[in-house]
Design a protein around this ligand. Structure first.
Ligand code: GLP
Length: 262
């Protein structure tokens, strides 16, 4: 897995935005997998700026969010639909009909999950999936012990993740259930880009990148992907034992290898 260490969370997101912009320029009909959370906020702000000031267009793109809560109405402040509207969709020209979310309000959750997998396949599969990292090593809402073979399905959040997401819910409880792309869904994307920023992600990142493959560390599954990369800031990189090597790789990278990728 390629690891690029950058000076700040903003630099992580600026590099990620350039990769998304390059993809949309090369392939305007690209299919993106999108995360929520605090880490990608500057990425979405930068994509909005690129749309306004540089003509970056999402007009032919399709997006699939990684996850959402079960039983939470789309207008709730904690809803990922609302988050995406606020941080990205209302700032770019993506047709709303092509912005997809797993249906946490479905009467039949397994049928909704199967429909999500079918919709991703019908769109031609994910070209690029962007990922945040949970402090417990989760990606999307695949909590520790998630199967590497998992597809979109319902999961039960652990208490650490519920607490990490409490801020968006105010006095309301964070739901216990979510519907999330599975690890195999994520690994079936053509490219995977993991973003991590802050000292609170350092242990999870080191386990994901340098630890053994383990269901206990869902992000470690990315080691199985031939085109997975990590963009992290110095604080998140602090526990990586091969930090100097990653820096040397980045410093010596030929220009042709940088084209459209970290
Ligand atoms: C949530 C999301 C994940 C995200 C994680 C980290 O659990 N479902 O997709 O990566 O939080 O969030 P943050 O970026 O706020 O640290």
């Amino acid at each position: 897995m390629e690891v690029v260490i950058l000076p700040s969370p903003e630099a992580v997101c600026a590099r990620a935005a350039r990769i998304v912009a390059h993809l949309l320029t090369e392939k305007p009909e690209a299919v993106l997998g999108l995360p929520t959370g605090s880490t990608p906020r500057p990425l979405y702000a930068e994509l909005g700026r690129m749309h306004r000031e540089e003509g970056l267009s999402f007009a032919r793109a399709t997006t699939f969010n990684l996850d959402d809560y079960v039983g939470l109405p789309p207008g709730h402040p904690g809803s990922f639909r609302r988050y995406m509207d606020e941080v990205l969709f209302r700032h770019v020209d993506l047709p709303r009909a092509r912005a997809h979310f797993p249906d946490g309000m479905a009467a039949d959750v397994p049928a909704g999950a199967a429909a999500y997998e079918a919709a991703i396949a019908a769109a031609g599969g994910l070209d690029l999936v962007l990922l945040g990292l949970g402090e417990d090593g989760h990606i999307a809402f695949n909590e520790p012990t998630s199967s590497f073979a998992s597809r979109t399905r319902m999961k039960t959040l652990n208490e650490r993740t519920r607490a990490a997401n409490q801020a968006a819910f105010g006095p309301d409880p964070v739901p216990h259930h979510v519907i999330t792309m599975g690890i195999a869904t994520i690994l079936s994307a053509r490219r995977c880009l993991l973003l991590a920023a802050g000292a609170h992600k350092a242990v999870a990142l080191a386990r994901a990148v340098e630890g053994p493959l383990a269901a206990l560390v869902p992000a470690s599954a990315l080691q199985l992907h031939a085109r997975a990369a990590v963009l992290c800031d110095e604080a998140a990189a602090a526990a990586l034992t091969l930090r100097d090597y990653y820096r040397a790789v980045d410093a010596r990278k030929p220009d042709w290898q940088r084209e459209g990728w970290p």
